[in-house]
Design a protein around this ligand. Structure first.
Ligand code: HEC
Length: 177
């Protein structure tokens, strides 16, 4: 190729490239202008016709504190724990507790986990009668939908495991018989 033709090609390429580059200006704002997604929020848009393949939620997420308290009580009266207390269930519950709850509620459930100390209000003492006497369905609702400051676990823990967790809370953190 002659040097002249070579230069011509380079010029053509540069001319083609510049508008393309200029089009995407200002580059310094690209990161800033993307949608921000908070932890545990989903950007996936679900079709109204889509059907869950597993773990259909038994209650919708509450919209507000009054609804949370009301739905929790209804869940306590209507949901029945389908998982019997067995060594396997308690062992599974313990694993889940250590992964998901211990950081806030503490190893013995007394609300003294390291992360929890930053919370206002502070994590509940799960050994108290207030928790231990709650029907399993009510605790299921709290774990599924969270509480005032507590996060929800309906996406992180499958339904069966939420019941295993409740068996553990009642058996291992409850009063000694
Ligand atoms: C990030 C910290 C945090 C984690 C992790 C956490 N909790 Fe909590 N939890 C709290 C706080 C704070 C409260 C008290 C304030 C409130 O109701 O939100 C609470 C309250 C509760 C209550 C009492 C609700 C009521 O009836 O008033 C239960 C039961 C409970 N948590 C269970 C759990 C279980 C089970 C897990 C693990 C799956 C868990 N929590 C994980 C912070 C946490």
């Amino acid at each position: 190729m002659s040097p002249q033709r070579g230069r011509f090609r380079v010029r053509c390429l540069v001319m083609l490239a510049i508008p393309a580059v200029a089009w995407s200006l200002p580059w310094d704002e690209d990161m800033q202008n993307q949608p921000s997604v908070k932890a545990q929020e989903s950007v996936v848009v679900t079709s109204s016709e889509s059907v869950p393949v597993s773990d259909r939620e038994l209650f919708a997420a509450p919209d507000g504190l009054i609804e949370l308290v009301r739905a929790r009580l209804v869940a306590g009266q209507t949901l029945v724990n389908p998982i019997a207390q067995s060594p396997e269930s308690l062992d599974r519950g313990r694993q889940l507790y250590e992964v998901h709850c211990l950081v806030c509620h503490g190893a013995q459930g007394q609300g003294d986990g390291t992360v929890g100390q930053k919370f206002v209000p502070q994590p509940m003492d799960l050994t108290l009668d207030y928790v231990q006497l709650q029907p399993d369905g009510q605790l299921y609702y709290t774990i599924s939908h969270g509480s005032i400051a507590m996060p929800y676990y309906r996406q992180a823990i499958v339904a069966e495991d939420r019941w295993n967790l409740i068996n553990y809370i009642k058996e291992a953190l409850g009063p000694d018989e």
